[in-house]
Design a binder for this molecule. Structure first.
Ligand code: PLP
Length: 492
């Protein structure tokens, strides 16, 4: 090295003035806490003005702007235009709210910036413990394995990979799908979440290999139809490998007959996977534990913690009943990752042997700290609260002559639409679509939408610990007001 190079001052990303950054950091914390406290008075969502969109078009900054300016930009151009899911009146899709304490845990995890691919260090024991807790809560054996994931899409993909590999009957990791003698097929109800469809595509089975089985009037998988579909495939020389049960469908919250599905899979020698993205956590409530009976019999279970677990994005989890099945689908150990008997490359379990990612963040910390802080009972109560709120909303809808319930409410999802006698002969789908857009743009409340049997409907999915009964009343009032407004416009 020439002396000239060595004479250059050395740099790092740490601040030169720690006190100034400390002060800014404290300000950020105060701002976030104030934001949480002000939430109910803020609009749920507002459209981003063009000037703010344009702000994100500038080219890569070459010169430093300092720590303060980018934070100002965050406050000016980002904070007012959020998705809205932290707000008490957000009930769109299936989202989650996060919490102030788990936010702090996220900061700690980012600060220590440890990684969880493998190795023997404290964070590894935290993740193992969190997975152990969920094994206990969901009735999985102690010997089961698990992994915290980016979400339930990844959890489903991992589980269905294990299902395919385990059931194929040959070394599919080595030979590939094309070596299969018979087409490998999987089954799920027509209400199954798209992430499972994507997983089947990614696994190389082809989307047609996921048979979408019809549902009953309550949107639950029809066992008779399933039996028939499996039989037809066997007759045609195909190889059924797996059934996916839903513990809470995304459209209506329907829970498939999980226990009967377990019997069926056992008899037929099929892998039994359950997508419990949000519904699995309802097992924490005494009310719904019975409806979820059979979940503990699954070969694999996928669920989210960033939806009904109220944790900040991103975090989901997959459990696999037999550790060996899990490991043999993902373990791959090149020389540079060889485990050592002790030291930092020790540890019996390397999480990289259970999934797709090698480098993995410390997702476990927020779950571990929040559950310890609040106690798991609290989560059961919050979930129960959301279910009661959904029933309350259902009652509000049923009471209003101009509102119509459009699907059963088995869990926390309420589907409804505006419908008045004066609207006969009008396209109710278009009407309700416009109504929903106006509702969302008003900033008062944010449900989403779905279409079932050709009927477009508003859909409120309550996975929100901040929601209060009066928030639901506010939405209903606004829907009635907007519906009347639209009717007037139609007449004019
Ligand atoms: C949200 C959801 C998923 C996908 O989970 P992500 O966390 O969004 O990846 C899968 N299944 C169901 C039923 C869901 O609601």
């Amino acid at each position: 090295m020439d002396t000239q190079e060595k004479l250059q001052p050395e740099e790092s990303l740490d601040p030169q003035d720690w006190d100034a950054l400390r002060e800014l950091g404290h300000q950020m914390l105060d701002d976030m806490f104030n934001f949480f406290q002000e939430l109910p008075a803020l609009p749920v969502w507002q459209a981003m003005p063009d000037k703010d969109r344009a702000f994100f078009k500038s080219s890569v900054p070459h010169d430093p702007q300092g720590f303060v300016d980018p934070y100002q930009d965050f406050k000016t151009h980002i904070m007012p235009y959020l998705m809205g899911n932290v707000h008490p009146r957000f009930w769109g899709w299936v989202m989650g709210t996060g919490s102030p304490y788990s936010m702090l845990a996220e900061m700690l995890a980012a600060g220590i910036n440890t990684q969880l691919g493998g190795g023997d260090h404290a964070a590894y024991y935290v993740e193992l413990q969190v997975i152990d807790w969920f094994k206990q809560l969901f009735g999985f054996p102690e010997s089961a394995s698990g992994l915290l994931t980016s979400g339930c899409s990844m959890a489903n993909l991992i589980a269905l990979t294990v299902a395919r590999n385990r059931q194929a009957g040959f070394d599919i990791r080595l030979k590939g799908v094309s070596a299969a003698e018979a087409r490998l097929v999987m089954y799920a109800s027509s209400q199954v979440h798209s992430s499972n469809v994507k997983a089947v595509e990614i696994l190389g089975l082809g989307r047609e290999s996921l048979r979408l089985v019809p549902v009953d009037a309550k949107y639950r998988l029809d066992l008779h139809e399933l039996r028939q579909a499996v039989q037809n495939d066997r007759d045609a020389g195909y190889q059924p490998v797996c059934v996916i049960g839903n513990a809470g469908t995304v459209n209506t919250g329907a829970i498939d007959p999980l226990n009967e599905l377990a019997d069926f899979c056992e008899r037929e020698g099929l892998w039994y996977h359950i997508d419990g993205a949000f519904g699995a956590l309802a097992a924490l409530t005494p009310d719904l534990a019975a409806a979820l009976k059979g979940m503990e019999r699954a070969d694999s279970l996928a669920f989210d913690l960033h939806k009904w677990g109220y944790m900040p994005f991103e975090i989901g989890c997959v459990l696999v009943r037999r550790e060996q099945d899990h490991r043999s689908s993902f373990s791959f150990t090149p020389e540079y990752l060889a485990h050592q008997a002790r030291g930092p490359a020790g540890g019996a379990t390397w999480f990289s042997d259970y999934g797709v990612q090698l480098t993995r963040g410390f997702r476990a910390l927020k779950v571990w700290m929040e559950i310890k802080a609040q106690g798991i009972e609290k989560f059961g109560r919050l979930i129960t609260q959301n279910i009661h709120q959904a029933r309350y909303l259902m009652e509000l809808v049923e009471k209003e002559p101009n509102l119509e319930l459009t699907a059963p409410v088995p869990l926390n999802i309420v589907c409804f639409r505006y419908h008045s006698p004066d609207l006969l002969g009008h396209d109710l789908n278009t009407f309700n679509e416009e109504l929903l857009l106006r509702l969302q743009e008003s900033g008062v409340a944010l449900p989403s939408y779905t279409t079932l049997n050709g009927v477009y409907m508003l859909r409120a999915c309550i996975t929100n610990h901040r929601t209060r009964y009066e928030d639901l009343e506010m939405m209903v009032q606004k829907v009635l007001e907007l519906g009347a407004e639209l009717e007037r416009e139609l007449r004019a």
